[in-house]
Design a protein around this ligand. Structure first.
Ligand code: M6R
Length: 605
């Protein structure tokens, strides 16, 4: 996915922008570029390939500058080539852009008729020409007027030779944040790019046009100057470094005990028997809620599936879970007694955001569970509960998942007590169990070496089946998603009891079947499913609770995990599945943190 950065201050702008771009590499990209004002002249260098290739070319120019914009491009319109890389320039104006301009063909025709010519196949070059066409001495005004004509979702950063001390940014449905330093300003599509420089962030809102000068910044929206709060982000720069791990994904798997502990810290007071999760106004409306929908994509959707069991069990409410891209087009019944929960690590997933807007419009009370402060979903919902995973850089989501589950579990207890179904003793004893999960995750991480051995044995397999029931069914789905997205091995997650309605036909002596089998209310049933797999010569890799050794007689490989309070097994059982997927992909020599075709945040539909 594309990345934007910008810098205006006293430092070497090229150095800052290249460094910030490097921090966006995890988003995946195929070309990169930088635009600077050096000795009063606009200079642009761009190239297909990696930031290190760009840095080599930039070095040859020896630019002296303290204003620059930069970009990592992930091709949508036009192939990954030097020419299609950003910035795109029109008569002294340079633009970098994330997103898609839907009406760029008609705008191009309009501009060609006015005498503009184009050298790339991108929609971005059209933006540069349109800004030029609107330029009458103020870049800020020109950007505002040009953007009125753009249809689509986009974020842009613009500099121009005519105003050498100005950067203009514009945001519409694609993330863009301002970083505020000491007499210096930064612009980025993602907060991690800026962490070494500042933790003071202003997330722009839709329709915001930002003017950065050496004296300060102003934001205009729809003709009015607006004030936006400066937020202090608690993420430390170290959280966005690999700190000795080979990959971010590996680091993030091992960070889970800390991430879960940070997420649940301070949200429940044993002394007062109360939760600190939502605002009082939100709580008032929550009292009237009689049904819940939980909506998300990918791993966050799997967290919702786990959350459903807890919400049903503790809050005794009907709960429906759906994938955002499906949900948003359904004629689903929603009213003001519906609580709609939206779970998203990035807080920028386009389908989840659209589903949220749709639910709000129909009167639902909306709650976001997000990891990124000030993100679009966090801002759009009536209330937000943040996970404190820290920046998640690996494309494969890991610590976001366990922290989302932690919030969903705590929220289920809270709602259960609010609705009068759980007394203080029930809540405090269950919350105490939740507080044990960081230690239990740590114990699960000790299986790492054994899982590497398992990965070495099976990394050439073409297909895997993951089975689980009850709370372990979403964990089977999540395990399969992890394997397929980073190792490119076909893997399917299935409810174990549903196997005989189809997938059992796939099982033969070549097929590894991963079974998530904690000792819980469906354990005996799952043992029956394992027998069914073995009867067809399948290879069974089972994960079960310490003490249930008898299961190993039926399985090819058995891994034991610490016993948990029944409801909390997902926290522990997902860990070996993450580690197994990681080792398979790593040993296959694949790009674990940036798997092919995937973006960390899917900000387009
Ligand atoms: O940022 P979000 O949680 O909204 O992202 C949702 C999915 O795109 C994400 O979980 C994706 O499926 C991951 N690659 C899974 O590892």
């Amino acid at each position: 996915m594309c990345g934007i950065v910008g810098y205006l201050g006293k430092r070497d702008a090229v150095e800052v922008v290249l460094d910030a771009l490097k921090r966006l590499e995890y988003r995946g990209y195929d070309s990169a570029g930088i635009g600077v004002i050096s000795n009063g002249k606009l200079k642009v260098v761009k190239t297909k390939g990696k930031i290190r290739d760009l840095a080599t070319v930039v070095k040859e120019h020896d630019f002296k500058s303290n204003i620059a914009i930069g970009h990592t491009r992930w091709a949508t319109h036009g192939k990954p080539t030097d020419v299609n890389a950003h910035p795109h320039v029109c008569e002294g104006i340079a633009v970098v852009h994330n997103g898609i301009i839907e009406n760029y063909m008609e705008l191009k025709e309009f501009l060609v008729n006015k005498g503009y010519s184009f050298e790339s196949q991108t929609d971005t070059e059209v933006i540069a020409a349109l800004i030029k066409d609107n330029y009458e001495g103020s870049l800020f005004e020109a950007v505002i007027n040009a953007c009125k004509n753009l249809v689509g979702s986009f974020a842009i950063a613009v500099i121009c030779e005519m105003e050498p001390d100005v950067i203009v940014g514009y945001r519409k449905e694609s993330p863009l944040v301002l970083g505020v330093g000491d007499s210096e300003y930064f612009l980025a599509s993602d907060i991690p790019a800026l962490l070494p420089y500042t933790n003071k962030i202003v997330p722009l809102e839709d329709g915001d046009c930002l003017l950065i000068t050496r004296e300060g910044f102003t934001i205009s929206n729809n003709g009015d100057l607006v004030n936006r709060d400066i937020m202090t982000i608690s993420w430390s720069p170290v959280l966005a470094e690999k700190t000795g791990y080979k990959h971010f994904m590996q680091k993030e798997i091992f960070e889970q005990p800390r991430a879960v502990a940070d997420t649940i810290h301070g949200i429940y007071s044993f002394d007062e028997n109360r939760f600190y999760l939502v605002e009082s106004e939100f709580e008032e409306r929550l009292k009237g809620v009689n049904r819940i929908v939980a909506v998300a994509c990918g791993t966050s959707y799997h967290a919702c599936l786990v959350g459903r069991y807890w919400l049903e069990r503790y809050a005794l409410l009907p709960v429906e879970v759906d994938i955002a891209s499906e949900f948003r087009y359904r004629d689903i019944f929603i009213d003001d007694k519906t609580l709609a929960i939206f779970v998203s690590q990035s807080g920028e997933t386009a389908d989840t955001l659209a589903a949220l807007k749709m639910s709000k419009k129909r009167g639902a009370l909306t709650l976001a569970i997000c990891n990124v402060m000030g993100s679009s979903i966090a801002r759009e919902a009536h209330d937000v509960i943040y996970t404190h995973a820290g920046p998640e850089i690996g494309v494969a989501s890991t610590k976001a998942f366990t922290t989302q589950m932690a919030v969903l579990y705590a929220f289920s207890l809270y709602l259960g007590s609010l609705k009068g179904h759980l007394n203080n003793k029930d809540v405090s004893s269950r919350f105490t169990e939740l507080m044990k999960t960081p230690r239990l995750i740590e114990e699960a991480l000790e299986l790492d070496k054994k899982l590497l051995e398992l990965a070495l044995k099976y990394l050439d397999k073409k297909d895997f089946l993951y089975l689980g029931r009850y709370l372990s069914y979403p964990i089977a789905l999540e395990g399969a998603l992890k394997l397929k997205e980073i190792s490119y091995i076909h893997a399917e997650g299935y409810p174990a009891g549903e196997m005989k309605h189809g997938p059992i036909a796939l099982i033969d002596k070549e097929m590894p079947v991963v079974v998530v089998a904690p000792v819980d209310r469906v354990y005996e049933k799952v043992k029956g499913n394992i027998e069914e797999v073995k009867a067809r010569d399948g290879i069974v890799i089972a994960f079960t609770s310490e003490g249930s050794e008898e299961i190993s007689k039926k399985c090819d490989h058995t891994f034991y995990l610490p016993k948990t309070y029944e409801d909390l097994s997902p926290f522990v059982y997902v860990v070996p599945l993450q580690l197994f997927a990681y080792h398979v992909a790593e040993r296959k020599g694949l790009d674990v943190d940036q798997p092919r075709n995937l973006a960390k945040a899917v900000t387009v539909e």
